[in-house]
Design a protein around this ligand. Sequence first.
Ligand SMILES: [Zn+2]
Length: 269
Amino acid sequence: MIIDVHTHINNYHEDRVTSIDQSLNLLSQTMEENKVDYALVLSSYKVNEHRPSTTQVVEAIADRKNLGVVAGISFLHYDYKDVRIISDYLEKGLIKGLKFYPGYEPFYPNDSRLQIWYEMAIEFDVPVMFHSGDTYAPRGKVKYSHPIHHDDLAVDYPELKIVICHVGNPWIKDCMEVVYKNDNVYADISGLVLGDFNEKFERYMKNEIEEMITYAGNPKYLLYGTDWPISNMNSYLKFMDQLDLPEEKKELILWKNAAELFKIDVTAL
Ligand SMILES: [Zn+2]
């Protein structure tokens, strides 16, 4: 069983417009080729012709039972309508979590402007995911995406389940401390590479992830994700394969942790 907790259907080749169904078909096909059983689609903090809204994604995946939605929230631009729509989706179980983009937008995770979302996530018991570490775009401000800032949030909201995306790369050591210290903090390994891992980088990351597990212990906190289409699914599975871990720990990372955290009914897949 494989659950990918981090995919996108944004179109990153902005020279052409692709339809949401084309993007979803490509995702489903790539999952099938790689024997991925379930994936979460994360919507963006921006909505434009290349980035569908949460509502568009929720409606488009309605008939695809092996896909779930995590709703991207814009720190700068959310308004009462977003609060109303998202809380409605949460109540109906149509979204599996919320995603915020510090670094791409200038805010720290513990900003009081986000309190309403955190209380909503606690009430409906869904995790909140955060972009963390390097920004794909040079216009991002990485002081905001440093994983150390999640410690504040984790302490102030012990009931909130927090996912640090990309293990805070390149600040993986800082991420491992926050994850180790706080029971309510998780991390996904997505987006560590653009496209395929090359041999040298794969060795480097293998070492980093194994070190994290040595320090933080049994990987109940670690989630498999790719950031597809930015990272390649096949190359990611090969990366998982060569991690020096017993099979039962790989299973935790590959699907068990995700199924529990996001309440994914794997018996229905
Ligand atoms: Zn992503």
